[in-house]
Design a protein around this ligand. Structure first.
Ligand code: FMN
Length: 202
């Protein structure tokens, strides 16, 4: 059984992206064990002068490192990802590098019609940066629009077509995780490059 992390891309108490990750967790129990990680307790990133990371960051990094893959669901704030999500990714790319070569599937939900498409595009760019360097599943998007109306009371996604789309993407992601394991020839070097990379010198 694959072990996955479902990362809730917001610190909001009420979040349709959290509902989406919870739905994914419950719907795919036979394919994967998905642990949900929250980012709401993380402090605001500042470069720690003693290079000592908050305990919570270290714990999150270990869990991501140990997982076969990560599913991130992002809201869209001002055409990008929420500050809380980029904050979490800043922490998870500073002195810890759990995302290097990690398979990632991006999903998102928004109240409007576009389903957080612009935030998802940004998230791809962010995850491609030298200290994150994730393996983002290509040519795939799960855009949940009108997300406030999308879920039934018990947390089920109401629209069968959306469920079918998600099932297809998730099956692809399981395969992508397997394929990615074979793309490991540069992994040690990629990890080292991320560790040695610095923005502090030119
Ligand atoms: C500061 C702020 C900016 C927002 N900007 C956008 C936006 O650019 N595009 C959009 O579709 N929704 C925007 N929204 C609305 C929703 O937060 C957004 O649709 C979100 O994806 C809902 O996710 P959630 O239910 O997980 O909080 C914004 C909301 C806030 C509070």
């Amino acid at each position: 059984m694959k072990k996955m992390i479902g990362l809730v891309g917001t610190n909001s108490d009420q979040s349709t992206n959290r509902q989406l990750i919870q739905f994914i967790q419950n719907h795919f129990t036979e394919q994967a064990e998905i642990e949900i990680l929250e980012i709401r307790e993380l402090p605001l990133f500042n470069k720690p002068s003693n290079q000592k990371l908050p305990h919570l960051v270290c714990k999150m990094a270990q869990k991501i490192e140990a997982a076969d893959g990560v599913i991130i669901s992002t809201p869209e704030y001002d055409h990008s990802v929420p500050a809380a999500l980029i904050n979490a990714l800043n922490w998870l790319s500073y002195d810890v590098y759990p995302f290097v070569d990690k398979p990632v599937m991006i999903t998102g939900a928004s109240y409007g019609t576009l389903g957080s498409s612009r935030a998802q595009a940004h998230l791809r760019q962010i995850l491609d940066s030298p200290e994150l360097k994730a393996r983002i599943m290509p040519s795939s998007e799960f855009l949940l629009s009108h997300s406030l109306q999308a879920f039934a009371e018990e947390g089920r996604l109401k629209d069968k077509e959306q469920v079918a789309k998600l099932e297809g993407l998730f099956a692809d992601f399981m395969r992508f995780v397997e394929l990615t394991k074979q793309l490991n020839h540069g992994h040690a070097l990629n990890k080292k490059e991320a560790e040695n990379f610095t923005w502090d010198e030119s």
